[in-house]
Design a protein around this ligand. Structure first.
Ligand SMILES: [Zn+2]
Length: 293
C-alpha cells in the first residue's frame, strides 16, 4: 500500500492472484464476474464467502410468509454452479458460514479469519465490496479488510467492487459517478457479458421467486441485465486515507444520502407492505438493516 495509490491495469488484474471476498453468495459475480471471466488463469482466483446466506430472500414482515429454511445449502450449491460457469473449481471456494445480516456483530472473528486466509493464499489483489455499499454486511467486510490493511497485516492491493450502484438520493443515481475517476479502474466486460449473465442466473434463489410470498425476485431481470452489460469498476483502496476521500465532491451530501437511504428504504417498504402496498419481500435495494432485527 503506497501513499499515492495509482489505478490498476487490466493486464495486471487478469493475470494476478486474486482473492474475491463476498459477504453473500452472488456478490462476487455481480461485482467481479466479468473480471473473473477475463482472467487468464482461473486457478489463481479464490472466492471467499463471509456469511452463510441464510437470510435472502426474506419477507419484509414476519407474518407474510414462512421464514425460509435451508437457504444456506441452496445458496452454496448455487455458488458452486455459478463459479463452475466462470471456470473456478470447488477447491478455490471458501465458506466462513458467519451469520447473514450479522457480520458486524462478529467483526473480530471475521477480521481474524480473513487475516488467516489472506496469509495462506497470499493474493496480489484482494477484492472487497465498496466502503459505502448499502448493506451492513458489505460495510462490515470492507471495514475488516481496511482494518487489517491499516495495521500492515495485508501485503496485497485492496480493490473495492460495487454491488449497490443505484442510490435513490444521489443526483444521477449512480454512486460510481461521484468517485474520483483517478482511483477507478474500469473494465469493459462486453466480450463476456453473456457468460456473466449465465453465471448470475445460476443464483435462482436471487433471480427468480422461489417462495409464494415473494412478489418479485431479489434481483430483477432488469437489474441482472444492467449488471452484465455495464463495465465493472474497481476503486483502489487506501487504508490511511479517510473513507470519504474517495468522492470527487459533495462529500457531506453523499454521506447524508448514504445514511438516509440505509436507514429509510427498508422501513418505508415495510410501512408500504403493512398498509397493503405492493412490496412484500426484501429486494436488493432494501436488504440493508437485517442486522439486529
Ligand atoms: Zn451481498
Amino acid at each position: 500500500m503506497t501513499d499515492r495509490p495509482q489505478r490498476t491495469s487490466l493486464e495486471a488484474l487478469t493475470s494476478a492472484k486474486l482473492l474475491v471476498i463476498a459477504p453473500h453468495m452472488d456478490d462476487e459475480v455481480i461485482g467481479c464476474g466479468g473480471l473473473m471471466l477475463l482472467h487468464k488463469d482461473k486457478r489463481k482466483i479464490h472466492c471467499l464467502y463471509a456469511s452463510n446466506g441464510a437470510r435472502s430472500p426474506w419477507p419484509l414482515l414476519p407474518w407474510q410468509g414462512n421464514r425460509p429454511k435451508n437457504l444456506t445449502e441452496l445458496r452454496k450449491r448455487e455458488a458452486e454452479q455459478a463459479l463452475t460457469e466462470i471456470g473456478l473449481s470447488r477447491q478455490n471456494m471458501i465458506f466462513l458460514d458467519l451469520p447473514d445480516g450479522g457480520l458486524r456483530r462478529v467483526s473480530a472473528q471475521l477480521r481474524e479469519t480473513l487475516a488467516n486466509e489472506i496469509d495462506r493464499l497470499e493474493p496480489e489483489f484482494i477484492l472487497v465490496p465498496f466502503r459505502y455499499d448499502l448493506h451492513s454486511d458489505h460495510v462490515a467486510t470492507q471495514r475488516a479488510v481496511r482494518n487489517l490493511a491499516g495495521r500492515g497485516r495485508i501485503k496485497g492491493t485492496v480493490l473495492e467492487y460495487f454491488v449497490y450502484v443505484r442510490w435513490a438520493l444521489v443526483p444521477g443515481g449512480d454512486i460510481r459517478q461521484r468517485i474520483r475517476q483517478d482511483r477507478l479502474t474500469t473494465i469493459d466486460i462486453s466480450s463476456v457479458a453473456t457468460r456473466k449473465h449465465k453465471a448470475l442466473t445460476m443464483y435462482r434463489s436471487q433471480t427468480e421467486t422461489i417462495f409464494r410470498w415473494q412478489d418479485s425476485p431479489v434481483l430483477t431481470a432488469e437489474s441482472v441485465r444492467q449488471r452484465c452489460e455495464q463495465p465493472e469498476r474497481f476503486l483502489l483502496s487506501c487504508a490511511t486515507e479517510p473513507l470519504a476521500a474517495c468522492f470527487s465532491a459533495d462529500r457531506h451530501t453523499i454521506l447524508l444520502a448514504h445514511y438516509a437511504q440505509r436507514l429509510g428504504k427498508r422501513r418505508k417498504d415495510q410501512l408500504l407492505a403493512l398498509c397493503g402496498g405492493k412490496r412484500r419481500s426484501a429486494d436488493r435495494e432494501t436488504a440493508t438493516p437485517i442486522d439486529g432485527e
